[in-house]
Every structure is written in structure tokens, then in C-alpha cells.
Design a binder for this molecule. Structure first.
Ligand code: A2P
Length: 314
């Protein structure tokens, strides 16, 4: 059976999905078709990934082919940093719905607690940014809640936020239902996960495999897919290391969205739903935590940015 987690509203959120960050427009169509044929019921998308048109075509064709129904499918998308001002949220969501060829999303997230001026895709100078005083997250959040009220998304949430920011949004209205953050054995987010559990916020783990296809990789990054401890556990349970990482994320009560554009690996990742780890394995993996971010937020602190890397994830 497909793992699910309950949102505060009672909605059932499929705890395993296909990531589409870094999936190129020319490859994401086949990846989504393969995933939906194989049995995936959740797609994680974002406007800034630049591929929602192709994802939308694949969804439409998969539904037409009878691989899945709209009801069975969970589609998440995210508001880009250049549409945080309150009147810009609804139009950004409409554009995403139009690209995805959908009437509604299942989940819409504020992508980052960072704002750019309207029209800026990626900032190049100090002039391209807005501070959080100029574009308060509270106002962005009100517009997200209004979009949910209007039936444009069945749930709303955030991404890349910590307890401080989540709490602040809770004073505006309803708390986010989901917080999507980087999480894997090197960055287990234990404190944040506890906070989210206490407040009925589901945590989605991104970059669960370490996002090795990222630009700006550093030479000294710790290994994940070829971590010796993960390799040992993988051989003990007769699985791949990617499958161990996915099974671990689900077993600890998070949603996980591994990205792949390769049919074999898309299948392999789906088959991780059958991998069972022992308490001993879970304890061993728990000991690997070192608070290491593969996405260190440096980008959002360069090009004349008013933001600092340390400030982002509060
Ligand atoms: P590919 O798309 O060619 O399969 P993350 O989800 O952490 O962002 O990681 C995505 C990266 O991991 C991509 O480079 C993806 O490559 C690779 N990947 C996805 N699934 C597997 C797997 N089962 N084994 C090895 N690498 C994988």
C-alpha cells in the first residue's frame, strides 16, 4: 500500500513522490509518464524549475491513457520569489495551473523566505531584491490562504522555513500544513521535525539522495549515495543505497520526493516502498547526522542580496 500522511485538514498526502527539480524540459515528460505508469501518485513541481508545461502535458496524457485519475494524483507546486507581493500570488498560481493544465493544485508552497522584485527570475544586482520588510511573508501567506479558500489549492504550505518563521505565519492565520526542507541522513532536521509534528505540519524531505546533479557542487561534499554505512545497510537488506535513503525518510514520518529522469531508477525508487529497515538500522542512520546542507543558501546571499545564508532557514 502507498504510504500516506494526514494533513491537519484530514487530507491524505502521499508520502512518496517524484521530484522534478533539475529535470530538463526534454526529459521530464518521459520521466513523469514512466512514474505514473509505475504507480507514483505524487509529483513535486515548481514554477522556477522551468518545466511545468511538459509536466502538465505528461499528466494530461497519463490521465487520457488511464494510468491515473486526477483524484488519485497529488500535485504540488511552488510560488517563486518574484511573486511574493500580495497581488502577485494569485496570478502566479494561475500561470502554474495553466502550465500544468490543471483546475486546482493539491498543495501550493511559498518556495523560499526570500523576495525578488516582480519580474526578476534570478537577481543580478542589489536592485533586484526586496527585503522581507518590503515584501512581508505574512502578506504572502495571507494570499496563499486566500488561494486555498478560493479552491485553487487543496492545501497550502511553505518551504525552507524553520520554527521561527512557521510560528510567525501561525499568528497571521492557519499555520502552514506542510514545510518542505532539505533532509537526508547528514541533515536530519530532528528539532524541526519535532516542532512540525507538535504543530501538525507535515515535513517533506527534498534532496533525499544528495542532489548530486546540482550545479555548484563542492569537492569536499560528504557522500550519501556511496556512504559506507548506507552501503552496508543496503547490502544487509538487499536494496540499493538510494532505496535505503528513501525507506529511511518514510519510516521516520516524512514525505520524500527523490528526483530521477531515468526509468530504471524511477522504478527502483518506487520499489523502495517495499524495503524494510530494522530499529537497529534506523539507530545507525540516526548517528550519521551532522547538520550538513548540500544547499547552503549562498546563492541567496550573493549578487547584492540583503539576505544572509544563516538567516534563511530560521
Ligand atoms: P537521474 O535523474 O539520472 O536518475 P535528489 O532527489 O536528492 O535531488 O537526487 C537526484 C539525483 O540522484 C539525480 O542525479 C538522479 O539522477 C540521481 N538518482 C535518482 N535515483 C537514483 C538511484 N536510485 N540511484 C542512483 N542515483 C539516483
Amino acid at each position: 500500500t502507498y504510504p500516506t500522511l494526514k494533513l491537519r485538514s484530514g487530507l491524505s498526502f502521499p508520502a512518496f513522490g517524484l521530484g522534478t527539480w533539475k529535470s530538463k524540459p526534454g526529459e521530464v515528460y518521459d520521466a513523469v509518464r514512466a512514474a505514473l505508469e509505475i504507480g507514483y501518485r505524487h509529483l513535486d513541481c515548481a514554477a522556477v524549475y522551468g518545466n511545468e508545461t511538459e509536466v502538465g502535458q505528461a499528466i494530461k496524457d497519463a490521465i487520457a491513457a488511464g494510468d491515473i485519475t486526477r483524484d488519485e494524483l497529488w500535485v504540488t507546486s511552488k510560488l517563486w520569489n518574484n511573486a511574493h507581493l500580495k497581488d502577485d500570488v494569485a496570478p502566479a498560481l494561475e500561470q502554474t495551473l495553466s502550465d500544468l493544465q490543471l483546475d486546482y493544485l493539491d498543495l501550493y508552497l511559498i518556495h523560499w523566505p526570500i523576495a525578488f522584485k516582480p519580474g526578476v527570475g534570478f537577481p543580478r544586482s542589489a536592485d533586484d531584491w526586496l527585503t522581507l520588510e518590503e515584501a512581508p511573508l505574512s502578506e504572502t501567506w495571507e494570499a496563499m490562504l486566500a488561494a486555498k479558500q478560493a479552491g485553487k489549492s487543496r492545501a497550502v504550505g511553505v518551504s525552507n522555513m524553520g520554527p521561527e518563521r512557521l510560528s510567525a505565519l501561525g499568528t497571521v492565520g492557519e499555520l502552514p500544513e506542510v514545510n518542505q526542507v532539505e533532509s537526508h541522513p547528514h541533515l536530519q532536521q530532528g528539532e524541526l521535525l519535532n516542532f512540525c509534528n507538535e504543530h501538525n505540519i507535515v515535513l517533506t524531505a527534498y534532496s533525499p539522495l544528495g542532489s548530486t546533479d546540482r550545479e555548484n557542487r563542492k569537492d569536499d561534499e560528504p557522500p550519501l549515495l556511496n556512504h559506507p554505512t548506507i552501503e552496508t545497510i543496503a547490502s544487509e537488506v538487499g536494496a540499493s543505497t538510494a532505496q535505503v535513503l528513501i525507506a529511511w525518510a518514510i519510516a521516520r514520518g516524512t514525505v520524500v520526493i527523490p528526483k530521477s529522469v531515468n526509468r530504471q531508477r524511477i522504478q527502483q525508487n518506487f520499489d523502495a516502498l517495499k524495503v524494510e529497515l530494522t530499529d537497529e538500522h534506523m539507530k545507525t542512520i540516526a548517528s550519521l547526522d551532522k547538520g550538513y546542507r548540500y544547499l547552503d543558501g549562498k546563492f541567496f546571499a550573493s549578487n547584492g542580496s540583503p539576505y544572509t545564508p544563516e538567516g534563511i532557514y530560521r
